[in-house]
Design a protein around this ligand. Structure first.
Ligand SMILES: [Zn+2]
Length: 152
């Protein structure tokens, strides 16, 4: 399998994004439970919980997308969705949100792209003996029958 360097970029984006989302949520934790709360979380305590959950899931999504790039589409979507949800907890001052969504989008593109998809087997059957041979051959290596060239 081809290791696409974009997978590493996607992983770093998701990692930094997830950590930022968690950090910003934790920084504002004391204010959430203050009786004078009028703070930055759109949803108060729910925003804080959502910040923790989305931060963790962005980290999980980007890590699993890195470990299993063939499932990049699934984990990329997880990263994008929870990166977007982190907006309710300020999304890591929006930098974390932007990084998570970008990282997840890269994972989706790479996972869905041709870099990961296995090359089709370039073989065909000999018209005379039926043995499978590579399309590189002009003559069947088994029976010597001339086979037409296939444009590569
Ligand atoms: Zn043959």
């Amino acid at each position: 399998m081809i290791r696409d360097s974009r997978i590493a970029v996607s992983f770093v984006f998701g990692l930094v994004g997830g950590i930022l989302i968690l950090l910003v949520s934790v920084i504002y934790l004391p204010y959430v439970f203050s009786p004078y709360y009028g703070g930055p979380f759109f949803l108060g305590g729910y925003g804080f919980v959502l910040g923790l959950v989305s931060g963790v899931l962005v980290l999980v999504g980007s890590s699993l997308g890195f470990v299993r790039p063939t499932q990049g589409v699934v984990w990329g979507i997880v990263t994008v969705v929870f990166g977007a949800l982190s907006i309710f907890s300020l999304g890591g001052f929006f930098i974390g949100m932007a990084l998570s969504i970008t990282g997840g989008a890269i994972a989706i593109v790479v996972g869905a792209g041709p870099g990961i998809v296995r090359e089709p087997i370039r073989q065909r059957a000999c018209t005379a003996c039926g043995m499978f041979l590579s399309i590189e051959y002009n003559h069947c290596p088994y029976c010597g029958h001339a086979v037409a060239q296939v444009p590569h």
